[in-house]
Write a protein that binds this ligand. Structure first.
Ligand code: PLP
Length: 397
């Protein structure tokens, strides 16, 4: 790397360090679980920052399914799907995902990032319109930015703004309302019934990213659509296999057969990037099997989320309200959020502080994410440590 570029990058990093916003990696030395060990410190720490909502990331059956696929299919396809990269396990996970999503078909990607950025510009181009929630995940935002369609952003979950933005769209060939199901940094749910009805009135289709909803929302964990009784009524659903559904990586688009056929032809990550590794496809399929077999995991997750939220409130914190497994506490300043997460780590709680640019300036937060495998004792321990650190830093009195 040229010395000039290196110096310039170092200066940007030094500015982040000075502002207290520099993020540091923590190096975990074993599998993701409710507790992990870290290279940086002695002893185990309680994890409240993982998307391992159902506790399946190190589930023996999920691990065994991945190992079996590794033996059967090797390390990977060494190819994109249409050249020689479609294994039978891809067909199997895609059938499973379509069933879970109540759609005709599904198509996998190596991540939901790839799914979102591969989907939006493929279906929406010149002459089309995208009407998108202001707090959508970065991958949906980048997908919209990569599209040549007219782009309109409505205020977060503001249905009258969505209605007026839809009214601004004139003569578009295709119109899409684009939304997260569960907003990842707020933990709140999209107002899906209103969105569906406004979209229908405007002749628009809905694109729903349910990465934090699948495995979490609805009595059977089928996602935000199940929660709202809207299964089978959303045109396009995207999701990740990297959170509740095994936690490895991988993403998907679920919708009609025409949609997935079309994406297989034109979606750029399908055409120019390798297929999902077979190990992940097999592990995720097993994770879905466990979800379907043990819906009590979903119930447990919500019980724990309520215990955490109520416990925080009883101690004087003001977590954002919500029905998902995400419980954010806004602390304002990024440097402060990072400091609080460091204090919590020294107390045995691993939780990351999020600041700008991940969330808007001035709304830095600690995002607690619950896991169905947490014990009551672990949650009680976390609350006690939150109280201790909250008092020390003056967040609570
Ligand atoms: C709402 C949402 N969509 C998409 C993604 C990207 O998922 P993946 O890790 O599979 O790329 C994330 C991950 O943070 C997310 O929260």
């Amino acid at each position: 790397m040229s010395a000039k570029l290196d110096a310039s990058l170092r200066s940007d990093l030094a500015a982040m360090q000075k502002a207290g916003t520099l993020k540091t990696f923590r190096h975990i030395t074993g599998a993701m679980d409710t507790e992990v060990t870290m290279a940086e410190r002695q002893g185990r720490v309680l994890v409240l920052s993982s998307n391992n909502y159902l506790g399946l990331a190190d589930h023996p059956e999920v691990v065994a399914a991945g190992k079996k696929a590794l033996d059967e299919f090797g390390a990977g396809t060494a190819s994109v799907r249409f050249i020689c990269g479609t294994f039978s396990i891809h067909d199997e996970i895609e059938k499973t995902l379509a069933r879970l999503s109540h759609t005709e078909s599904a198509l996998t990607y190596v991540s939901c990032w790839a799914a979102n950025t591969g989907l939006v510009p493929a279906v929406a181009g010149e002459g089309d319109a995208l009407v998108s929630d202001a707090l959508n995940h970065a991958s949906l935002i980048d997908g919209c930015r990569a599209s040549k369609a007219q782009r309109l952003v409505y205020k977060h979950s503001d249905m009258s703004d969505l209605e007026s933005k839809l009214a601004e769209v004139k003569g578009a060939r295709r119109i899409f309302v684009v939304t997260d199901g569960v907003f990842s940094m707020e933990g709140d749910l999209a107002r899906l019934p209103d969105i569906v009805s406004l979209a229908q009135n405007a002749g628009a289709s809905v694109i729903l990213d349910d990465s934090h909803g699948v495995g979490v929302m609805g009595a059977h964990g089928r996602g935000t659509c199940e929660h709202f009784g809207l299964e089978g009524q959303i045109d396009i659903i995207t999701g990740t296999l990297g959170k509740a559904l095994g936690g490895a990586a991988g993403g998907y688009v679920a919708g009609s057969k025409a949609l997935t056929d079309y994406l297989s032809q034109v979606s750029r990550p399908q055409l120019f990037s390798n297929a999902l590794p077979a190990t992940i496809a097999a592990s995720a399929r097993k994770a879905i099997e466990i979800l379907e077999r043990e819906p009590s995991r979903v119930e447990r997750l919500h019980t724990l989320a309520r215990t955490m939220r109520n416990g925080l409130k009883a101690r004087g914190f003001k977590p954002l309200e919500g029905e998902s497994a995400i419980v954010p506490i806004i602390v304002g300043d990024t440097a402060f959020a990072i400091r609080m997460s460091q204090e919590l780590l020294s107390e045995g709680i691993f939780i990351t502080g999020f600041g700008y640019p991940v969330v808007p300036e001035g709304t830095a937060r600690l995002r607690i994410q619950m896991c169905a495998s947490l014990t009551d004792a672990q949650v009680a321990f976390a609350l006690e440590r939150f109280e201790k650190v909250g008092r020390k830093l003056g967040v609570i009195k």
